[in-house]
Design a protein around this ligand. Structure first.
Ligand SMILES: [Zn+2]
Length: 190
């Protein structure tokens, strides 16, 4: 029994429930990228955003043949972390991700478990032998983070090519859309 609760409060939580997004840095992902997300995501989703403790490189998800990490396994790890926090969990990592179906991806979500993860790996121009910059990388990571977090809130692919929920698999399309939700998608966030 929790002491000090009057009978009229007994069916209510002892503290207000604050829906929030917890960002978990994974592996060696750069601090500035994580900071950028924690500054920009609150306005997009209207939620409090917190940074959680960094976890080590997900060796358990590594596929030696592909030299990539299975994103579904990483999402299950994040789901364990989510058990101790309220709201959504977003992992951010530098490791290269692939899905169970074999596709290499920028990020992915587990809608049922309300967790998402994004990787900086294929969002960097350096990956393609080009000269990149941090600002461009941060914008791309933010768009991917919005897209996959949106998935955990039940949002579907959007028809508006400027909305972050528009489905993109190419950097060219990703660079066209904006790091925001269109008004329709924003209204659908619970
Ligand atoms: Zn939209």
């Amino acid at each position: 029994m929790v002491g000090g609760l009057s009978s009229r409060n007994k069916n209510r939580p002892a503290y207000p429930i604050v829906e929030r997004i917890t960002i978990i840095p994974i592996g060696l992902v750069e601090g500035p990228v994580v900071d950028f997300l924690s500054h920009r995501l609150p306005e997009v989703f209207g939620k409090k955003v917190e940074k959680g403790s960094r976890i080590q490189k997900p060796h358990f998800a590594y596929n030696e043949k592909r030299r990539q990490y299975l994103v579904d396994a990483i999402l299950l790890k994040l789901a364990q972390i989510r058990d101790s926090v309220r709201g959504r969990v977003l992992g951010v990592t530098e490791v290269d991700l692939y899905r169970q179906d074999g596709r290499s991806v920028f990020g992915h979500a587990n809608r049922e478990r309300k967790v998402a993860v994004v990787s900086t790996k294929r969002l960097q121009d350096e990956y393609y032998g080009l000269t990149g910059n941090l600002e461009k990388l941060e914008e791309r990571v933010l768009k991917e983070a919005i897209h996959h977090l949106g998935d955990t809130y039940g949002l579907k692919g959007c028809a508006n090519p400027l909305c972050a929920m528009f489905d993109t698999s190419q950097l060219l399309d990703l660079d066209i859309k904006k790091p925001v939700l269109c008004s329709g998608c924003k209204r659908a966030i619970p």
